[in-house]
Design a protein around this ligand. Structure first.
Ligand SMILES: [Zn+2]
Length: 256
């Protein structure tokens, strides 16, 4: 691919002149904060069988095992810190008249970096959902046991029902309202920034095609080529934590 070779001033101009920005982030953004990814060749799905840990069938078969895996994931997230890529994206949102960050990550590093105009299309590792009343509850401050056993599994504070992690598992649909909102913003953006995702899941193609149809410039920031790279006008082959602060520093000093 030749789009990793471009003029830096052209890239900066695209950022500086954009008005409506759509950002799409994936596991690569959190990997720089030390959170393991799931889909890479050496990713967590090699250690944790997705049929066991990321399907409703697996959960019904052994909810204790699944809840304990998500509990350990929460502990990893709690120890991780937002990196300069997260922080730069949070700084960007007030610069543009329209901005939406759509993340596939279930951690809270974007929020902790200060992002507010954002949605999480794969759910949230800090939430549980009641299978009886469909209530969604934040578990961040819950006094959960170190290890769950069947008797201590999370119960719904409303109805006492059985709860599952509020994560979109394999074979499940994304939340229609969230997807609709994300698609709308992709279709009106004039700059789409793809960060740390190969784009193989979560309607990545759809977002990129809507953005292209609107004539948006597409910037991909990812050390490795992914499925969305073919859409990119600019492919910055670096980790976001290095590339984004550098680009943003130049954007802020851009003279119109
Ligand atoms: Zn309930």
């Amino acid at each position: 691919m030749s789009n990793s070779i471009f003029l830096q001033k052209d890239l900066i101009e695209v950022f500086a002149k954009a008005k409506n920005v759509f950002v799409f982030t994936g596991a690569g953004a959190s990997k720089e904060s030390g959170l393991p990814t799931f889909r890479e060749i050496d990713g967590e799905w090699k250690r944790f069988d997705p049929m066991t840990f990321a399907t409703m069938e697996g959960f019904v078969h052994d909810p204790v095992l699944v809840w304990n895996m998500y509990r350990s994931r929460q502990k990893q997230i709690a120890q991780a810190q937002p990196n300069p890529g997260h922080i730069t994206l949070a700084c960007m949102e007030s610069f543009y008249s329209d901005f939406l960050l759509v993340t596939q990550n279930v951690d809270d590093l974007h929020e902790r970096a200060g992002s507010e105009k954002m949605v999480k299309i794969h759910g949230d590792a800090w939430q549980m959902r009641c299978l009886e009343c469909s209530g969604i509850f934040d578990v961040r401050d819950q006094d959960f046991p170190e290890e769950f056993v069947m008797e201590t599994l999370p119960k719904c504070p409303n109805c006492g029902g059985f709860c599952r992690p509020n994560i979109v598992w394999f074979g499940e649909y994304l939340c229609a309202e969230t997807l609709c909102l994300a698609t709308h913003h992709a279709s009106i953006c004039d700059l789409m920034i793809i960060v740390g995702t190969s784009g193989e899941v979560s309607n990545g193609y759809g977002f990129a095609e809507f953005a292209c149809d609107n004539g948006a410039k597409i910037v991909e920031i990812n050390p490795t080529e992914g499925l969305l790279t073919e859409y990119a006008d600019f492919w910055v082959a670096e980790p976001a934590g290095e590339a984004l602060p550098r680009i943003w520093g130049e954007v802020l000093s851009y003279e119109f």
